[in-house]
Design a protein around this ligand. Sequence first.
Ligand code: SAM
Length: 214
Amino acid sequence: MRKSDKYIPALGREWLTPLYDPLIRWAMPEAKLKTRLVDQAQIEAGHHVLDLGCGTGTLAVLMKHMSPQSEVVGLDADAKILEIARWKADKARVSIAFDLGMAFELPYPDNAFDHVLSSFVLHHLTTENKARTFKEVYRILRPGGKLSVLDLGRPHGAYAVLISLILRRFEETLDNLQGRLADIIRNAGFLQVDESERYMSIFGVLSLHTARKP
Ligand SMILES: C[S@@+](CC[C@H](N)C(=O)[O-])C[C@H]1O[C@@H](n2cnc3c(N)ncnc32)[C@H](O)[C@@H]1O
């Protein structure tokens, strides 16, 4: 990782990271959303799966529980949060490799993964780094491999529009809130790019984008 590459920690400030899991569990039906994210990916035995921006490892551990015969890897830019992820995987008695790295400079060879899943990470990346990230994801997916991204989406309805006026001031949420994720994914070369599901939450609309590498 280059020293100049900064990342936004899970809750914006490193000292808040220990609060991330309880806060997310309180703020949204995390288990239900992440179970749906894994379910729709249809991960098979032997598949190599990357949890991009894995944070505290909740999604990676869930993937390993739901598809025990898959090879799960989690990557995050924050060394401290990876310590929590490793602790959670140990506690759950599942074997997951957790790597330190940047989403837009992935430390993996071409065509290495069958699936890349990511939850609540893209709104931490600048527009340029979102584009770089999807190009990297494209590179490391095998032909036919699938991308599944759950993150903030374009608001629908009065509450979501209102909350988006607040959220747009934080982190790098604007591409998400203006519905630009699908185009950025498409521009990286992906086909079958689809905003396949939407959920309402305290943070407004959460969108699930799926796509395939041809
Ligand atoms: C809101 S948290 C989401 C964590 C986890 N995916 C989840 O669903 O709970 C965002 C995560 O993205 C990571 N992150 C931010 N920028 C990153 C980057 N450039 N490369 C890799 N990870 C990054 C943060 O360290 C943080 O763990």
